[in-house]
Design a binder for this molecule. Structure first.
Ligand code: SIN
Ligand code: CO
Length: 410
C-alpha cells in the first residue's frame, strides 16, 4: 500500500535563553556543549547523524519533513537587493554575485549549480532560531547563517575556509568529502578558490537532519545528490591580531580627542645645552613615557573598548530604516511596558563587562542606571521586556530605536 504525504516544513524552535551546557544534546550526537567545546571546537571535524532528530522521527512515521524554507520561497531571496547572494556553476566553473533576475537562476531540475545566500538570520525567523542554538559560543565569533540551494551535482568545489562551520543538511542529500591535508594551494586559473590537489580522506552522505562540524582549514567538498539540496551553514569568524590591534589602536587614538589636558604642550625648562641636537630629546621621551603610563595607554584595558566597539559593527550590507512614524519619548516608554523590544536582525550587540556596544558604538557611557541595565539585558538576552522604565528624553535606548537598530516585536 502506498500512502501519500505532503512534506511539511520543519519549524526550528528557539533555544531557551539559559542553555543547558552540561547536558547531552542530540545536536552534538549525545554530548554536551561543554564536551563539544573541549573535544572538537577549533580542533577536529565531527559528523553528527540525526543532529535534528525531527527529520528521522517524521520519516519513521512515514511522513516527510522539508527545509523550514521551501525551494520557491528561498529562491526569491536571491532577487532582493538586501540579500548577499552568489551563484556558482560547475562544468565549467563560473561565479556571479547577486542580486539576480529570475531568469539568471537555473531551474531546480538543471544540474551543476548552487546559489549561496548569506546572512539569512536577518531575513527569515527559522534561520534566526537555528542560530539561537549556538549561543554557547561567544557572539563575537559568530558570522552568520548561510543557506545554499543546489541542483544535482551543485557545489562550490573543493576548498577550505578560515571559519569554524556547522553544515546542517536541511533538504535532499549532500555528499561531503573532507581532508586534513597540509597542501592548501589553490588552482590559479579559476574564478573561485578551488584547491589544486584535493585528496579526500573521509566521505559521508548527509541526509536531512545530519550535521557536519568543520574547524578552519579542513579541506572539503560538498556535492548535492538531489535537486533542491539545502545546506544551512552556521559560520564563525575569527579576526586576525593585525585587524584587532589596528582597529583597537585607531579607536584609542580617536578617544584622546576627549581629553582636554592633552592639549597642553611639551615643556622643557630642564633641557640643557647639547652636542647631539639631531637626537630626539631625552626629556621628551621621559615625559611621553610618563603620559603613556598616566593614561594607561600601555595597558590592555585601554584597547578593549575600541576592539569591542569594532567587533560589534554590523555587516557592511546591513541596512537600518528609521520607524515610519517614530513614537515620541513618552509613547516609546509606554510601549516598552507593553511589548518586547528586540535588536533588528542585523544589529550586533556585545558587552565588555558592564559596558554595552551596539553597531560599533558605546551605548552605556554616561547613561542613567536604568538605561545601562536595559542595554545589559538586551546584550545578554537579545530582548528587552520592562514593566516601567524611567529615562531621560534622549537616552541611547530611544536613539537606537529611532535609528532602527532596536525594533518593537509586532
Ligand atoms: C555549501 O553549502 O554548498 C557550501 C558550504 C561550504 O562548503 O562552505
Ligand atoms: Co566551505
Amino acid at each position: 500500500m502506498t500512502s501519500f504525504y505532503l512534506s511539511k516544513p520543519y519549524e526550528p524552535p528557539r533555544a531557551p535563553s539559559k542553555l543547558p551546557l552540561g547536558e547531552p544534546w542530540a545536536l552534538f550526537g549525545g554530548i554536551s556543549p561543554d564536551q563539544f567545546m573541549a573535544r572538537y571546537w577549533h580542533k577536529k571535524p565531527l559528523l553528527i547523524r540525526r543532529a535534528i532528530p525531527a527529520f528521522a522521527l517524521s520519516a519513521n512515521k512515514g511522513g516527510s519533513l522539508d527545509s523550514p524554507i521551501p525551494t520557491k520561497e528561498l529562491l526569491k531571496f536571491a532577487l532582493q537587493d538586501e540579500v548577499e547572494a552568489r551563484l556558482v556553476k560547475a562544468n565549467p566553473w563560473s561565479f556571479d554575485s547577486g542580486p539576480f533576475s529570475k531568469r539568471a537562476i537555473p531551474s531546480i531540475n538543471k544540474p551543476d549549480w548552487t546559489l549561496l545566500l548569506q546572512g539569512m538570520e536577518a531575513h527569515h525567523p527559522a534561520a534566526a532560531n537555528i542560530l539561537s542554538w549556538f549561543r554557547f559560543i561567544p557572539d563575537t565569533r559568530l558570522d552568520d547563517l548561510m543557506i545554499s540551494i543546489a541542483g544535482i551535482g551543485g557545489g562550490v568545489g573543493p576548498h577550505f575556509d578560515s571559519y569554524d562551520v556547522f553544515l546542517i543538511q536541511m533538504s535532499g542529500r549532500r555528499q561531503w568529502k573532507i581532508s586534513e591535508q597540509k597542501d592548501l594551494s589553490l588552482n590559479p586559473n579559476l574564478p573561485l578558490k578551488i584547491l589544486r590537489n584535493f585528496k579526500p580522506e573521509r566521505e559521508w552522505t548527509l541526509e536531512p537532519g545530519d550535521m557536519l562540524y568543520l574547524p578552519p582549514h579542513v579541506a572539503h567538498d560538498g556535492i548535492a545528490l538531489d535537486a533542491g539540496c539545502q545546506t544551512w551553514s552556521v559560520g564563525f569568524r575569527s579576526p586576525s591580531f593585525k585587524e584587532l590591534l589596528q582597529e583597537g589602536l585607531w579607536r584609542l587614538a580617536e578617544s584622546l580627542e576627549n581629553i582636554p589636558a592633552l592639549e597642553s604642550k611639551f615643556a622643557d625648562p630642564k633641557q640643557g645645552a647639547t652636542h647631539s641636537a639631531e637626537q630626539l630629546p631625552e626629556e621628551l621621551i621621559k615625559q611621553l613615557d610618563s603620559k603613556l603610563k598616566e593614561l594607561k595607554l600601555d595597558k590592555i584595558d585601554g584597547f578593549l573598548p575600541g576592539i569591542t566597539a569594532y567587533l560589534s559593527e554590523p555587516k557592511q550590507q546591513a541596512l537600518f530604516d528609521a520607524p515610519d512614524t517614530p513614537l515620541k519619548p513618552n509613547a516609546f516608554l509606554r510601549k516598552l511596558g507593553a511589548s518586547r523590544l528586540l535588536p533588528h536582525p542585523q544589529t550586533r550587540i556585545l558587552s565588555l563587562g558592564k559596558q554595552v556596544y551596539c553597531n560599533g558604538e558605546s551605548m552605556t557611557q554616561g547613561q542613567a542606571p536604568a538605561i545601562l541595565s536595559a542595554w545589559q539585558t538586551l546584550s545578554a538576552h537579545k530582548e528587552l521586556r520592562v514593566g516601567r522604565l524611567k529615562q531621560p528624553d534622549q537616552s541611547s535606548l530611544y536613539e537606537a530605536y529611532l535609528a532602527g537598530w532596536l525594533v518593537f516585536e509586532h
